[in-house]
Write a protein that binds this ligand. Structure first.
Ligand code: SF4
Ligand code: FES
Length: 379
């Protein structure tokens, strides 16, 4: 008699660690590498306070531990204090991801009183003129330096975030020194990820290999010097790596993203994937979305993987890399991430690197700034 081979049970779906609450796309800055989609949401379409408070409660019930309030610029929301209080009330650790230019001592005191746990302040450069040029905001850098002091005075732990690219990477040692000077407990150096606005500006932003090598060395020296005092987060960009990073910690594995209008996504760029109908938190609970939504389950785990990922010993380390990058470069969101040297599409990364090396000495192309009116031109 033939015994049927038992089907192994599907692994349990773990809750996400973090909710990325994109409160708004409104922002006074215009960074040309913004992670927001080209089609930005108008204020009239944003979730209201009651919706966000419910989402925070649902997140906590699902097992989420951290709420990251981001945007756009989250302080553009008049109810930010109420939302921070709501997060604290349901036991969530809260982090404000901000450009800082709209913060002041009164608002910081109110947020701290409401239970805010941490502030992540972004800088565009260590050089004021260059920072203001890249952010498209006059005197913004000087304002951020003042606000950094105010954050510390409010008793809030501070992470200094620097997004690096061809036009500022050579000043990385100055950025690390600036992070130290303003009393950051953590410095995050984030290379631009090339989707959305950054993909439009890739030729102007992608560093060349020599710049990258100098940057890696600067980080290694700073880590040695600041050991035990300041943590430095730094990941070598995909274009120069042999293996991809575990984007978002793996698809629908660690993070759930909610857009200003209430769409729930497994990553901030998932709206670029064609053929998906992303669920709304207005009509479904976060828990039901996380467990049951077909889009969340599409690339979760390892069962969806093609070769070479399927039989690779790294498949539960990088989870196949980034679906949005696979789509942007190969046209197939289910392909092995071209950042992987084992991918048959890896040559595309090599072309982009060669192009960056070739234009290294010439003037960088003009930046296309993140503005609603330029979005219509580049879509
Ligand atoms: Fe990661 Fe797939 Fe490359 Fe293996 S083959 S390293 S799982 S992207
Ligand atoms: Fe969407 Fe990487 S940005 S999976």
């Amino acid at each position: 008699m033939n015994a049927l081979k038992p089907i192994p049970p599907a692994p349990p779906i773990e809750p996400p660690l973090a909710l990325l609450a994109e409160l708004t796309h409104r922002c006074p800055l215009q960074c040309p590498y913004c992670a927001n989609p080209l089609e930005m949401e108008r204020a009239a379409n944003e979730l209201d306070t009651a919706d966000w408070l419910r989402v925070l409660e649902e997140a906590a019930a699902l097992g989420v531990l951290q709420a990251h309030f981001s945007g756009g610029e989250p302080t553009a929301r008049k109810d930010l204090r109420e939302l921070v209080r709501g997060a604290a009330a349901c036991g969530l650790y809260s982090n404000l991801i901000t450009s800082g230019v709209t913060l002041d001592p009164a608002l910081l005191a109110a947020l701290a009183e409401a239970g805010l746990d941490h502030v992540q302040l972004s800088f565009q450069d260590a050089d004021a003129a260059q920072a203001d040029r890249i952010g498209g905001y006059r005197r913004g850098h000087a304002r951020k330096l003042v606000v950094a002091g105010q954050i510390r005075e409010a008793g809030l732990p501070l992470t200094a975030n620097f997004v690096v690219h061809r036009q500022n990477l050579d000043r990385l040692p100055d950025m690390l020194a600036l992070g130290e000077e303003i009393g950051a407990s953590r410095i995050e150096i984030a290379h631009v990820q090339y989707y959305g606005w950054a993909l439009v500006n890739r030729a102007a932003l992608m560093p060349n290999r020599a710049q990258l090598e100098r940057a890696n060395e600067a980080v290694a020296q700073a880590r040695e010097r600041l050991r035990g005092r300041i943590t430095i987060d730094y990941v070598v960009p995909d274009y120069y790596a042999a293996r991809p990073k575990a984007c978002m910690g793996g698809w629908a594995r660690r993070i759930i993203n909610v857009t200003p209008a209430g769409l729930a996504l497994p990553c901030h760029a998932a709206e670029t994937l064609p053929g998906f109908r992303w669920p709304s938190v207005r009509t479904a609970s976060l828990g039901a979305i996380w467990r049951d939504d077909p889009g969340f389950n599409r690339y979760r785990g390892t069962a969806w993987m093609p070769e070479p990922c399927r039989s690779c010993d790294q498949r539960e380390v990088d989870w196949g890399g980034c679906r949005c990058q696979a789509l942007a470069m190969t046209g197939d969101a289910g392909a092995t991430d071209p950042a992987c040297a084992l991918s048959s599409d890896h040559f595309m990364m090599a072309y982009a690197v060669a192009a960056a090396d070739a234009v290294a000495e010439g003037p960088a192309p003009e930046l296309v700034y993140r503005r609603i009116r330029t979005a219509a031109l580049v879509r």
